[in-house]
Design a protein around this ligand. Sequence first.
Ligand SMILES: Nc1ncnc2c1ncn2[C@@H]1O[C@H](COP(=O)(O)OP(=O)(O)OP(=O)(O)O)[C@@H](O)[C@H]1O
Length: 250
Amino acid sequence: MADSILRLEALEKSYGALLVTDRVSLDVRPGEIHAVIGPNGAGKTTLIGQISGSLQPDAGRILFEGRGVTHLPMHARARAGLARSFQITTILPDFTARQNVALALQAHQGHSFRFFRDVAKDEALNEAAGRVLADLSLASRADIPAGVLSHGEKRSLELAIALATAPKLLLLDEPMAGTGREETDRLVEVLSSLKGRYAMLLVEHDMSAVFALADRISVLVYGAIIATGTPEEIRNDARVREAYLGEEAA
Ligand SMILES: Nc1ncnc2c1ncn2[C@@H]1O[C@H](COP(=O)(O)OP(=O)(O)OP(=O)(O)O)[C@@H](O)[C@H]1O
């Protein structure tokens, strides 16, 4: 359907007898931040894996911009504009932030990593990398080795690397994991500033970040979506409170 960039139709996946994705259907609209929340072990990581292509569903369909991608390999999905960030280490610590982004830009343009010397000299590429970093408030940190950035800055750099591939949809897999309150607030700000420019599917445990960012939230419990709605609707949903938010709301 034209009004959704990503659509999951009745996805199913089991590990042996354990049903981890139970007829999951959801859609992400252009420019929307759609969060998926749920208790530990609800099947969020397994769901992201099926969307990015690292895992195959047993049944159901995944449509990206109306096109079936259920059986496409990961790199083909990435090329089509489906970028996964976080929970995968993409940063080269000895290279500067700018060089990290320049390499991602170069790889996206279809060149090989082997010609790094050429990247270092490529002004257009370095300028483009600088623009991506500026977008993420990392301009002042562009020319220091990525390894010495703070944890939160590394998260922003991972995002910059994902953005260098000109994605249409960002899959954000627990971006706040392991960050302190201040860094979480900064990341929320960074993601807010990107809002509307990219569609995002956000899996996140930090409820204050989810409720600050999401346009819609889907709640996953034992592999099944029990509710989808605006933050307000989810907050007031009796089943959600009972199954998941109950203790926190109390
Ligand atoms: N490769 C696997 N083989 C067997 N069981 C698995 C495998 N991967 C995950 N599981 C099980 O599937 C269920 C869902 O796991 P998953 O990691 O997707 O949940 P999650 O919602 O991402 O959890 P968390 O919030 O703790 O990251 C869990 O019970 C987990 O133990």
